[in-house]
Design a protein around this ligand. Structure first.
Ligand code: NDP
Length: 246
């Protein structure tokens, strides 16, 4: 029997990059998967189609993570479509790399709204439906623990907030048999952080493995945390960074 058979997962920002890989992997493990996206409906539909072609079930929901009513609606839509919610993956996130003193208030607000406010709102809405065995999983960042390069000050601060959110929430919902964990990627080749170009050189050099990671390498950790075998792991920050923070 598939590891996540009969389980329902919601992956925010699941139309591209790490979130798309997570959605496909959870579906391959047997879960029915709802993904959210902000702008690109065709990329979201392509993920749904890929999952359906593999014999799985998926839906895509347009919901900007910065819009509290939209994310609440996405949780309700996932539950009304698939009947329950077992796994929430708070993956939607963004960075606006530049020197801190040049960042506008609007840019900083946007990073906070998506990376922190959206995570709070989505998690609160999801917890209403979660039962024993539920899994709340954040996609934080290795820079939420250790800032390896300049240019990511507000982003690193939001991912540090995600780290403590994870630890604090694990204390509140543990008695209900719900775990809360934070998967912290290092440099992963996506549209947000392409493995080529000037910006990639110091990040690659900072890893022990001397390479960028692949989206599937993050999805593998998320799948483990989503499954039954991770039942005694909670409040943990699980770094998957090629040794960047070693
Ligand atoms: P991408 O920019 O490649 O993909 C982002 C995904 O999230 C897309 O599906 C996008 O959909 C969606 N999205 C973007 N903004 C919003 C929003 N406001 N509301 C809902 N969905 C949104 O990013 P990555 O895959 O690289 O990053 C995913 C997560 O991993 C983020 O939290 C990021 O901080 C984290 N991370 C990434 C690292 C990396 O090196 N790539 C390293 C460490 C952490 P649409 O196209 O419709 O906007």
């Amino acid at each position: 029997m598939s590891k996540l058979a009969k389980k329902v997962a919601l992956v925010t920002g699941g139309s591209r990059g790490i979130g798309a890989a997570i959605a496909k992997r959870l579906a391959a493990d047997g879960a029915s998967v709802a993904i959210t996206y902000a702008k690109d409906a065709s990329a979201a539909s392509a993920v749904v189609r890929a999952i359906e072609l593999g014999g799985g079930k998926a839906i895509a929901i347009q919901a900007d993570a910065a819009n509290v009513e939209a994310v609440k609606g996405a949780v309700e839509k996932a539950v009304s479509t698939f009947g329950r919610l077992d796994v929430l993956v708070n993956n939607a996130g963004t960075a606006i790399p530049k020197p801190f003193e040049e960042a506008t208030q609007e840019e900083m607000d946007r990073v906070i709204d998506i990376n922190v406010r959206g995570v709070f709102a989505t998690t609160q809405a999801a917890l209403k439906h979660m039962k024993e065995g539920g899994r709340i999983i954040m996609v934080g960042s290795a820079v939420g623990e250790r800032a390896v390069a300049p240019g990511l000050v507000p982003y690193a601060a939001t991912k540090g907030a995600v780290k403590m959110f994870t630890q604090a929430l694990s204390r509140e919902v543990g008695s209900r048999g719900i775990t809360v964990n934070n998967v912290q990627p290092g440099p992963i080749d996506t549209d947000l952080n392409p493995a080529s170009g000037d910006w990639a050189i110091p990040q690659k050099a900072a890893t022990a493995l001397d390479r960028y990671g692949r989206v599937e390498e993050i999805a593998a950790m998320v799948a483990f945390v989503a499954g039954a075998e991770s039942s005694y792991i909670t409040g943990a920050n699980l770094t998957v960074d090629g040794g960047m923070n070693a």
